[in-house]
Design a protein around this ligand. Structure first.
Ligand code: GLY
Length: 358
């Protein structure tokens, strides 16, 4: 349930291993958090807890292989570059934070370099000339999420994943089978995976609702000259993701506004201003569009992945908050292992549904 990046990655992986999979979503594919994701793959920036860092690194290590399989099945190319990230400090406090972060990376023996103002001018001439320091992490990168979604849908179709556009009302487990009640009738199956992101809590089950709350993210898409930036640039107020065709994504807001998926003028203005502060030449870039999506947040900011403790045949793969795209390959492989063979992959104990009574 849920045809976003997580639902589709799980569906694809399970179908590729021989399962018959239907993927159910009332709005079709990629309409939740996926819609406004910038696709940044940067666990050493976004891994704010040891657990999230561990899962992010594991998933990043699976990315090359996962996308190669997908692209081969879909017969499509997708935008994916391990350009590295350059985090920028614009004032002395931010320099101290970057130095502390570089110290942590050094202790963990992670490849990185702390660079000076003149290095930044050489590496990224588009970045503000008053940048005080930068932190390069070469193994980071990004994936173009629209091309990832298209590829997932095409690869899933080749493996027999059947999309069903309908509303799921309830899920009930009885006698080793699971019955899904939809607006268009009941469906019975061996297993259900709840991967409906922010909407996961609205699916009625015998247990408590999944404690996932929506956090809006707005993103602006600009068109600049190709090569205006070489790599993902991360600042304290925004991040910039440059695609090879000149697209630059500027993200993202973090807003507690419930199930409100509207784009606001205020966010567009503020993201553009932050983007131009970080890379002044973006003043010349043309506005393409702004998008909003709802990130599915949990209280501990870790996803909920694994079997329901109360309903046999029901599994969760939801609550990925800011990390759905990064964690998609790992989530797909651990869920497929769990559902198809009963194997509990490494890291699953960090994201157990029963920590929320599920
Ligand atoms: N992972 C970036 C974001 O959620 O804004």
């Amino acid at each position: 349930m849920g045809a976003g990046v997580i639902g589709y990655a799980v569906a694809y992986e399970m179908a590729a291993r021989g399962a018959h999979v239907r993927i159910v979503d009332p709005r079709g594919h990629g309409e939740g958090a996926t819609r406004a994701s910038a696709g940044i793959l940067a666990p050493y920036i976004e891994g704010h807890s040891d657990a999230l860092l561990q899962l992010g690194i594991a998933s990043l290590n699976q990315y090359d292989n996962f996308l190669a399989r997908l692209a081969a099945d879909a017969r499509l190319d997708l935008e994916y570059r391990r350009t590295g990230t350059l985090q920028i400090a614009l004032d002395q406090d931010e320099v101290r934070e970057l130095e502390a972060q570089a110290g942590r990376l050094a202790r963990a023996q992670v490849d990185h370099s702390l660079v000076s103002t003149s290095d930044i001018a050489r590496l990224e001439p588009g970045v503000a000339s008053d940048a005080r320091a930068g932190l390069l992490v070469p193994q980071h990168g990004y994936v173009g999420v629209s091309s990832l979604m298209t590829t997932l849908v095409a690869a899933g179709a080749r493996r027999g994943v059947t999309p069903v556009v309908t509303n799921v009302e309830a899920v009930a487990a009885t006698a080793g089978r699971v019955t899904v009640t939809t607006t268009d009738g009941d469906v019975t199956c061996d297993a259900v995976i709840i991967a409906a992101g922010s909407w996961s809590g609205g699916i009625a089950t015998a247990g408590p609702p999944a404690p996932v709350r929506p956090v809006r993210g707005q993103l602006v898409q600009l068109h600049a000259s190709p090569g205006a930036l070489q790599r993902v640039v991360w600042g304290s107020a925004c991040y910039l993701v440059p695609w090879t065709n000149g697209t630059v994504l500027v993200g993202a807001t973090v807003e507690d506004v419930g199930f409100n998926e509207r784009v606001t003028q205020k966010a567009v203005r503020s993201l553009r201003a932050s983007g131009e502060r970080l890379a002044p030449k973006l003043r010349m870039a043309t506005f393409v569009e702004a998008r909003a999506g709802l990130r599915p947040a949990t209280v501990d900011e870790l996803p909920i992945i694994g079997p329901s403790s109360t309903m046999r045949g029901v599994f969760y793969a939801t609550g990925h908050y800011r990390n759905g795209v990064l964690l998609a390959p790992w989530t797909a492989s651990v869920v497929a292992d769990l559902v198809l063979t009963g194997t509990r992959g490494e890291g699953l104990d960090l994201v157990r549904p029963d920590r929320f009574g599920l």
